[in-house]
Design a protein around this ligand. Sequence first.
Ligand code: ADP
Ligand code: MG
Ligand code: ZN
Length: 508
Amino acid sequence: MKTLQEVLQDWEAVIGLEVHTELTTLKTKMFCSCPLEFGAAPNTHTCPVCLGLPGALPVPNKAAIQSIVKAGLATNCQIMRRSMFYRKNYTYPDMPKNFQTTQGPVAFCMGGWLDLEIEGNGCKERVDLPQAKTGSYTTHVGITRIHMEEDAGKMVHIGGAEGRISGATHSLVDYNRAGTPLIELVTEPDLRTPEEARQFVQKLRQIYLALGISDCSMEEGSLRCDGNVSIRRRGETKLGTRSELKNINSFKNLHDALVYEICRQAEVLESGGVIRQETRHYDPTEKRTIVMRVKETADDYRYFPEPDLAPYDLSDEFVDHVRSLMPELPDAKKARFMADYALPSKDAAALAGDPATASFFEQAAADSQYVKGIANIILNDVAAYLNATGMGISAAKFTPAAIAQLAQLQGSDAISSKQAKEVFAILCDEGGMPDDIVQQRGMKQVSDTAAIEAIVSGIMDANPDKVAAYRGGKKGLTGFFVGQTMKAMAGQGNPKLISQVVNKLLEG
Ligand code: ADP
Ligand code: MG
Ligand code: ZN
């Protein structure tokens, strides 16, 4: 099979996404008052409404409507003053009502957009765009709609490999999740590369996290996304036939599944075959997509307006009230971090992307002259530590004040960068303040020029041949003298100063 880069020379990829998000931060389900709680004993959070018992009547959760309106405002959608709930009919054991309550042609949020700024490596996939060659470009992604729906229950398959249905002897069903409020965002087919698709979902996740409407965990399934993809010859305006990729549970898998699928479609079309509209499943271990089913059409679901729910009207007052609750969104935060703290765009974006990290950074940076250092520690050391431990920043033992003090000690050359790493490791294990740690362990960096000169002179006296070689032109030997001095000072010498002294004395 050709590589993506090769395929994209001749073909244009067209991608549209459907992103389903469980509103996990709400207290109750979409149409009943059963609690929303992850990890409860199976079938303990159920009632006649979410079990679909005869005569039970749904009541919409107003907090869920508030959440979807927030999502719509944050993505430049029009908030529809009247929309309706619909029934999408199908039978499957995870759906006891035999229909899913969803929305029809008019959803709460219609016609929005998000702009994506793609930087660095992601630009490589946009072979057609001259500005992508400069390492940064912006692309506009239309949002068709965001509608409200409910989640189904969860099936557990017993006896098959890895809990899969194939080979299972029997299946169990847990209705705790049935009726969980879910919002589905559908994009226009405006994305052109797997990287754009990945960054779109990442950006949307950051927005939802800032809004506080979901925990957006792809591993736990509270953020799920389907990738629709087709290809067409460059210059062609008609859309090709798409396939729809399901079972994507990480950003990497979304990217890799799209890459595979684009290359597969190119191979089929180039060998004279045709693409059928079908639903495919991505297998991350095999790194390929497999057919699940040939696509059903909307008619198969017999959509009709939900007779048990009146059309839902939103007043201007309600929408204005929700608008007044909107937090600062990641793009605005990024712009403010760039302006207020003179951070580069990439660092500002990384800090602004996660609300907990952004607030940690702002607390640490509040009265500091070493903001750049604080940003570096958070984006490198802290990020690596949280990644390795799977911990959230608020659960860690280090405080914003400790990180600010660490940046100050390092930035003012009181400790070396090597010592700063040691202090950071101690902060992770024990907490405390860097000033105390440095004092207790005698970690002060030696920045005394005379003391360093004495040590360098001693090393030069012990290595006259190397001094002669340096003076004869082997300038690379400075590294030897710096290394020996560092070693003699047990890593406590100021590296900048050592290298200055070494150069000065060798030049003699
Ligand atoms: P369904 O609900 O049947 O999946 P939708 O009309 O809601 O269908 O479209 C789903 C997604 O597919 C949207 O994100 C849309 O942008 C995308 N899409 C539609 N046609 C194509 C195509 N030819 N190639 C790629 N994506 C497409
Ligand atoms: Mg679909
Ligand atoms: Zn219920």
